[in-house]
Design a protein around this ligand. Structure first.
Ligand code: ADP
Length: 197
């Protein structure tokens, strides 16, 4: 570390980039069980933001795990490293004035606290996609619950590994009583004052 000299001062500032993009950057951090609707809502939310003139980036669990984090598994240590790297990537986008939508199970309060501390409390917006386990398991979008119940997947959040719901999320989205479009509208209305330049 002794020979590393980070320099964040001489590069074009976040404020200047935000001004150019006409927005305030934030990291929307989606948390919820597998199948709760994180990716679906993030994807539609991004389209909505983009069509309204915002500049955005989705960081999705599976995509990141198949690329930059392909060396990581699902034990607690690897999950922590997964979150740390994602948070650092989110922060890079943040400092580029880009609004990022981060969609990971991120199952523990401690992990999300870590993410918040890396990103900064003012810019970390916790979005809880609150869908009960039974519903997620019924949906079983990727067939993972079936495999987890059969013991074919270990450390599966909600089944064989804990999922700790946020105690005080910035916003909570209930997918069981609202359509995807309604969830996205709710999120967009909430987000607008935060991302306004
Ligand atoms: P996750 O990214 O949390 O693992 P996905 O977005 O992959 O979850 O899957 C959620 C599933 O639930 C999708 O098949 C989606 O169509 C369905 N679904 C039903 N209602 C909603 C809703 N209101 N919001 C989001 N997803 C919903």
């Amino acid at each position: 570390m002794n020979n590393i000299h980070p320099d964040f001062e001489r590069i074009v500032s976040r404020k200047t980039k935000e001004k150019k993009l006409g927005q305030s950057s934030k990291v929307f951090w989606f948390t919820g069980l597998s199948g709760s609707g994180k990716s679906t809502i993030a994807e539609h939310f991004e389209k909505k933001l983009f069509s309204e003139g915002y500049f955005t980036q989705v960081l999705d669990g599976d995509n990141i795990r198949s690329g930059i984090n392909s060396d990581l598994g699902f034990n607690m240590e690897d999950r922590q490293e997964n979150i740390r790297r994602i948070s650092e990537i989110g922060k890079l986008y943040l400092n580029n004035g880009v609004i990022s939508l981060v969609s990971f199970i991120s199952p523990t309060i401690a992990a999300r606290e870590k993410a918040k501390s890396i990103i900064g409390a003012d810019d970390f917006v916790e979005v809880f996609i609150n869908t009960p386990l039974e519903i997620c398991e019924n949906r079983d979008v990727k067939g993972l619950y079936k495999k987890a119940r059969a013991g074919e997947i270990r450390n599966f959040s909600g089944i064989s590994s804990p999922y700790e719901a946020p105690e005080n999320p910035a916003i909570e989205i209930i997918t069981t009583s609202q359509s995807v479009a309604e969830c996205v509208d709710k999120l967009f209305n909430f987000a607008q004052p935060l991302i306004k330049y």
